[in-house]
Design a protein around this ligand. Structure first.
Ligand code: FES
Length: 58
């Protein structure tokens, strides 16, 4: 499922990046360019980071 339509990034792409060490939305932005265009995917990206790493949520 596409999370970031602007950059054609899927939830799988994001989870892979998290598995490879990304721990923040900012890192995902740098790696995958998510949130850089319209920004409407920000909440979804944030949720995926939270789900994957609850201790990093705050
Ligand atoms: S949907 Fe991600 S920047 Fe537009």
């Amino acid at each position: 499922m596409y999370v970031c339509v602007c950059r054609a990034v899927t939830d799988k792409d994001i989870l892979e990046a998290i598995a490879e060490g990304a721990t923040t939305v900012r890192q995902l932005k740098e790696q995958l360019k998510v949130t850089e265009s319209c920004g409407s995917c920000l909440e979804s990206v944030r949720d995926l980071v939270k789900q994957a790493q609850p201790s990093e949520a705050a």
